[in-house]
Design a protein around this ligand. Structure first.
Ligand code: COA
Length: 319
């Protein structure tokens, strides 16, 4: 599998830390020193579907691929606009990719890495030649805007890549899950009763996070996952040109860089401008890095994600 095109879409409305300080008890100083975040894009008119469609069209144009050439669409999201029809099917309809199989996955902030793993397996099994992989979120609708410890961290957006089976550029790929620790980052947000349960409907719940537990999980698990993927690939950390990590917290990224003994220059970031966009963060950052002309042919690139589940994923690509 090879990535042959990238695209992304961010909502127009930018909300700064100062904007948040006007509606809740927080400050630019608290948010930026603890997380690196200074602003985020928040959907007002846009939806998870509309942003995914724009990102998908941009990725297809970048790849020079027509929608009808796609045989597979996988969308990773925890915040699709509705449960069914799912996001991938909505995108399929909007872009006219009538020959594609379409389904969604939920692996939270690791979702895009799981997209990649599934598409790679489809291609290695001969089941796909050209696929569209999406990571898209409207997390602003899942936030408790009265919980300042979580709502300031997240943003909205969509990223997409087109992959092809023309070349095998995947050198290493690992994923993992640890459900027994999953409740440190949760969001139920579903009706929990029916007429036969004898229960009163519980109020809708929003994202709940034990920040320090998630932080400890991330700084331990991400370097281990990257090292495992590098070992599988037979690639040394020093040989990697860029590490494109899920953007959850600048301090987590700095800690990963330190544990891998790699300079921060190899870790592009957009968390300052976008916050944490869960499954969308890796493809949005990858699109920026590509459009900025940072990656050269045959560069070794690491992608890595982690988040709710708990889940994690990392892959090593030869570009
Ligand atoms: N503004 C101002 N003060 C805030 C605040 C905010 N937005 N949110 C929390 N605080 C306060 C708390 O109430 C607490 O006050 P207290 O000491 O008087 O009780 C204080 O700041 C410290 O809170 P704490 O939760 O201990 O902060 P922290 O140093 O652990 O930083 C996170 C919090 C969320 C930034 C940090 O834990 C983190 O980034 N964790 C990882 C989260 C993550 O990556 N999640 C996504 C994974 S995909």
């Amino acid at each position: 599998m090879k990535i042959i095109g990238t695209g992304s879409c961010l909502p127009e409305r930018i909300v700064t830390n100062q904007d948040l300080a006007e509606i809740m008890d927080t400050s630019d100083e608290w948010i930026s020193t603890r997380t690196g975040i200074r602003k985020r894009h928040i959907a007002t008119e846009e939806t998870t579907t509309s942003m995914s469609v724009v990102a998908a069209k941009r990725a297809l144009e970048d790849a020079g691929v027509k929608p009808e050439e796609l045989d597979l669409i996988i969308a990773a999201t925890v915040s699709s606009d509705q449960i069914i029809p799912m996001l991938s099917a909505q995108v399929q309809a909007e872009i006219g990719a009538d020959n594609a199989v379409a389904f969604d996955i939920n692996a939270a902030c690791s979702g895009f890495l799981f997209d990649m793993a599934i598409a790679d397996a489809y291609m290695k099994a001969g089941g796909s030649k050209k696929a569209l992989l999406i990571g898209a979120e409207t997390l602003s609708k899942l936030m408790d805007w009265n919980d300042r410890s979580s709502c300031v961290l997240f943003g909205d957006g969509a990223g997409a890549v087109v992959v092809s089976d023309e070349e095998d550029c995947v050198l290493g790929m690992v994923q993992g899950a640890k459900g027994k620790d999953g409740m440190v980052l949760s969001c139920v947000n579903r009706n929990t009763s029916n007429p036969f349960s004898g229960k009163e409907p519980a109020p809708l719940s929003y994202v709940h996070m034990e920040g320090q537990a998630v932080y400890k999980f991330a700084v331990k698990t991400v370097p281990a996952a990257i090292n495992e993927a590098l070992e599988q690939a037979g690639v040394a950390a020093d040989e990697v040109s860029y590490y494109i990590l899920h953007q959850a917290n600048l301090r987590i990224i700095e800690s990963v860089a330190k544990r891998l003994d790699q300079p921060m220059e190899k870790f592009p970031t957009n968390i300052q401008d976008c916050g944490n966009i869960s499954a969308a963060s890796v493809p949005i950052l990858l699109d920026k890095v590509c459009k900025d002309g940072m990656i050269k042919a045959r560069d070794k690139i690491v992608l890595a994600g982690f988040g709710a589940g708990l889940t994690w994923g990392a892959c090593v690509l030869s570009w």
